[in-house]
Design a protein around this ligand. Structure first.
Ligand code: CTP
Ligand code: CA
Length: 230
């Protein structure tokens, strides 16, 4: 059974959420992206707002409509998403990075459409900044929540991201299971965090609607030792 926070548990809280994919332009008509639908991030926005939070949703391109009353900032590339997050997160107590940010962008974006030529071509890519790690490594960071989409070694990769990115909580899911994740309305995840002794804790969330999963993530957030310390 999934737990959900009590009504008003987030009242007075400012929450910034990233959602959806990013698009990394190649030329005026092409881009690199991924299969993220944005549904999980929008569900988090909806649930946080329902619980009384003031929500800002920074979203890559999706087919979704944001919930009423949520401030929406629409972006395309990872660099635009980082800029928007840095603008919006300063007064927020909670940052939830749900977006599937492209890890790389084009080293050079062509100003004109690339013409077809040789049989083979190469695109040169450079690393994008890690938006979540950038915010979490601030001197006085908000409570940071991350996601980890993995196809193998779920627990060890998730713990590594939790520790390395200095997160309060990480929600990990197995994206090799095609019934859930990405464009699905359902999801199944395992939440990981550290207790006050620094021991890794985990909570599996059985397959459920993304709204139910979102509520359970927000519930776990309110149960963390860091939540009370703020
Ligand atoms: N993330 C981010 N900015 C990036 C890359 C990732 O904010 N440039 C955030 C995602 O929103 C997610 C978390 O970091 O909350 C983990 O993303 P994921 O792609 O699973 O991990 P990476 O650190 O990018 O590692 P890898 O893709 O190699 O597994
Ligand atoms: Ca990545």
């Amino acid at each position: 059974e999934l737990l959900a926070p009590a009504t008003g548990a987030f009242s007075g809280q400012q929450v910034v959420i990233t959602a959806g994919p990013t698009r990394e332009p190649i030329d005026p008509v092409r881009y690199l992206s991924n299969h993220s639908s944005g549904k999980m991030g929008y569900a988090l926005a909806r649930q946080a707002q329902r619980l009384g939070a003031q929500v800002t949703l920074i979203t890559g391109p999706t087919q979704l409509t944001a919930p009423n009353g949520v401030k929406v900032v629409a972006v395309e590339s990872a660099m635009e998403m980082l800029e928007a997050v840095e603008q919006e997160v300063n007064t927020a107590g909670i940052f939830i990075a749900c977006a599937a940010v492209a890890d790389y962008r084009l080293a050079q974006v062509e100003s004109q459409k690339i013409k077809k030529g040789d049989e083979n071509m190469q695109l040169q890519l450079v690393r994008n900044p890690d938006i979540l790690a950038t915010i979490a490594s601030r001197e006085q960071p908000p409570l940071c929540v991350g996601f980890a989409a993995e196809t193998q070694n779920l627990a060890s990769y998730a713990e590594d991201k939790l520790t390395r990115k200095k997160l309060a909580l990480i929600a990990a899911n197995d994206v090799s299971d095609r019934r859930i994740g990405f464009n699905s309305d359902e999801n199944a995840m395992t939440l990981f965090w550290h207790n006050t002794q620094g021991e890794l804790q985990q909570l599996p969330l059985e397959r459920a609607s993304k709204d139910q999963i979102a509520a359970a993530i927000l519930h776990q957030l309110t149960a963390l030792p860091e939540w009370k310390k703020r």
